[in-house]
Design a protein. Structure first.
Length: 142
């Protein structure tokens, strides 16, 4: 009877586990072309599900979405990214003030965590280190 209860509990967990609305892929892709050539490439991509539209698009729209996607496309295999505000502004086409406001909103809403980098030798500020979805794992700055 205990085995049946364990199976039912596991199945219930599977049924009630939320589906991802934002998926970030960072890895290698191996492929074969129609001419038989094989190769590989590194790729970073962001996939948004239909549930994202229903659940989160109102929160992440306009420049906030652009800044979020920009950071996501810089993510490494450990889930961290450190594009500068200047680079984010350049890649999104928004000015630095808009980028800074978007970063604050993303952090306040729990989509990112950021740690200000400081150069150990000079004491000067470096780019922020960002983690997406910080509630999903413990964030340790770079």
């Amino acid at each position: 009877m205990q085995n049946v209860a364990g199976i039912l509990a596991k199945r219930m967990d599977e049924l009630t586990k939320p589906e991802p609305t934002i998926t970030i892929f960072n890895g290698h892709e191996y492929y074969v072309t129609d001419t038989g050539e094989t190769n590989s490439r590194s790729e970073v991509s962001v996939r948004l599900s239909v549930r994202f539209r229903e659940a989160q698009l109102r929160q992440l729209k306009g420049p906030i979405l652009g800044v979020f996607v920009c950071i996501a496309l810089h993510i490494n295999e450990k889930g961290l990214a450190w594009p500068s505000i200047k680079l984010i502004a350049h890649e999104t086409g928004y000015n630095k003030d808009t980028v800074c406001k978007c970063l604050a909103k993303l952090e306040r809403r729990g989509y990112i965590s950021r740690v200000q980098g400081i150069d150990g030798e000079t004491g000067k500020f470096r780019s922020n280190t960002y983690q997406l979805f910080p509630k999903s794992r413990r964030f340790k700055g770079k």
